[in-house]
Design a protein around this ligand. Structure first.
Ligand code: PLP
Length: 394
């Protein structure tokens, strides 16, 4: 406050304690660096397919500018029920078990707030998506991180989870294919996690946002394992596999009582997801068999190129099996992840994200998104190779 008489801080302690996202910091630097190529931000480097954009424009032309039902348009919920059944072998009632959200981001926030009482513990794995820890803290929950490592190909391990389970464990967030490592989960671990959830009676919040983007194996949702649908909040959305980040559209499928609990918050905080984006999502589901394989083809090509190039630079990198990120180890170059990323941006105008943005155990790594155009990726790799060669000499 500008009033010098007041020394009182009006910001809640909970909010004041939330660190700024390391990704945003880099994004801000990139946006003011002329000629920079960004492998930094986790979104597709191209626009949503035209038929999706057209559907949104057309709905606007027809005058669809109002609110929708709090749950979301029935046509969209029906489409999602069909899609989730086809793609994940999961059957949800569109009337009571599907809630349309403004991206997985809102779904995650609702899921956590709907289940957490102060002091409840939520287990999640790191390195992981930047939102999990703060969203848990903002809900007065206790974030309990489980580290994953390169040796274990960044898969969560059952002993590591078991060690963290207490009386207060309310849920585990499972996030595979993983941002930032590109790791997927093998079926035996998925089953082991389900066993732990049943045995210790906790929920799983399954962030399925990269489910369509697996390159070496078919994705299986934990919700489809025996007895797990009743204890899973299945979060999904259109941002990644449909290149629709700006539409801010996602959904949560969960048992009725949990959907209702999430809806209790959503109705007062968001009211409903934007109607234009819901129209776009309806269109996206109509051509899912055409658009998604097309995008996946581009990502797979970029992934292969980037992995090959990192190997040529002698930067060790676990082969990403999903999502659109590579997470190479740069720790042998004698700099921290943050210093590497800052120097690379300053000297070669290539933006990557320091691994520490995704948890302390990300030190020594950088995240490179390969969802750019191949042209940009090729140029970024050339510049990065020069930078790494110089760093090795120094
Ligand atoms: N979950 C993960 C693992 C992500 O990587 C992201 C975005 O990068 C999100 C959720 C947020 O997705 P949305 O755009 O649907 O809010």
């Amino acid at each position: 406050m500008s009033d010098s008489r007041s020394h009182r801080s009006f910001v809640s302690q909970n909010v004041a304690a939330i660190p700024r996202s390391g990704i945003r910091d880099f994004f801000d630097i990139v946006s003011t660096t002329k000629g920079a190529i960004s492998l930094g931000v986790g979104e597709p480097g191209f626009a949503a397919p035209w038929h999706i954009r057209d559907a949104s424009i057309y709905s606007l032309e027809k005058g669809a500018t109002g609110y929708t039902s709090n749950l979301g348009l029935a046509e969209l919920r029906n489409g999602i029920a069909r899609y989730v059944e086809d793609a994940f072998d999961l059957s949800y009632d569109p009337q009571s078990e599907i809630l349309i959200t403004t991206g997985v981001s809102e779904g995650l926030d609702l899921a956590i707030r709907a289940i957490v009482d102060p002091g409840d513990e939520i287990i999640f794995h790191e390195p992981s998506y930047v939102s999990y820890r703060p969203v848990i803290q903002l809900a007065n929950g206790i974030p309990v991180a489980v580290e994953t490592d390169e040796k274990g190909e960044f898969e969560i391990t059952l002993p590591a989870i078991a060690e963290k389970i207490t009386e207060r464990t309310k849920a585990l967030i499972l996030s595979y294919p993983n941002n930032p490592t590109g790791a997927t989960l093998s079926p035996s671990i998925l089953e082991g996690v389900a066993n732990l959830a049943r045995e210790h009676d906790f929920l799983v919040i399954s962030d399925e946002i990269y489910a369509e983007l697996t390159y070496d194996q078919q994705h299986v949702s934990i919700a489809s394992l025996p007895g797990m649908k009743d204890r899973t909040l299945f979060l999904h959305g259109f941002s990644k596999a449909w290149a629709m980040t700006g539409f801010r559209i996602g959904y949560c499928c969960a048992p009725q009582v949990l959907t209702h609990a999430m809806m209790s918050i959503h109705q007062y905080t968001m009211l409903c997801a934007p109607i234009l984006s819901q129209a776009a999502a309806i269109a996206a589901l109509r051509r899912v068999d055409l658009d998604v394989p097309e995008m996946k083809k581009l990502y797979r090509r970029n992934r292969n190129f980037l992995i090959h190039s990192l190997a040529e630079m002698n930067l060790p990198c676990v082969q990403p099996k999903g999502a659109f990120y590579a997470f190479p180890f740069i720790g042998d170059l004698g700099v921290t992840s943050e210093q590497f990323a800052l120097d690379l941006l300053r000297e070669q105008k290539v933006a990557v994200v320091p691994g520490t943005a995704f948890g302390d155990c990300g030190e020594g790594y950088i995240r490179c998104s390969y969802a750019t155009s191949l042209k940009d990726l090729k140029e970024a790799v050339l510049r990065m190779a020069q930078f790494v060669a110089k760093a090795k000499k120094d």
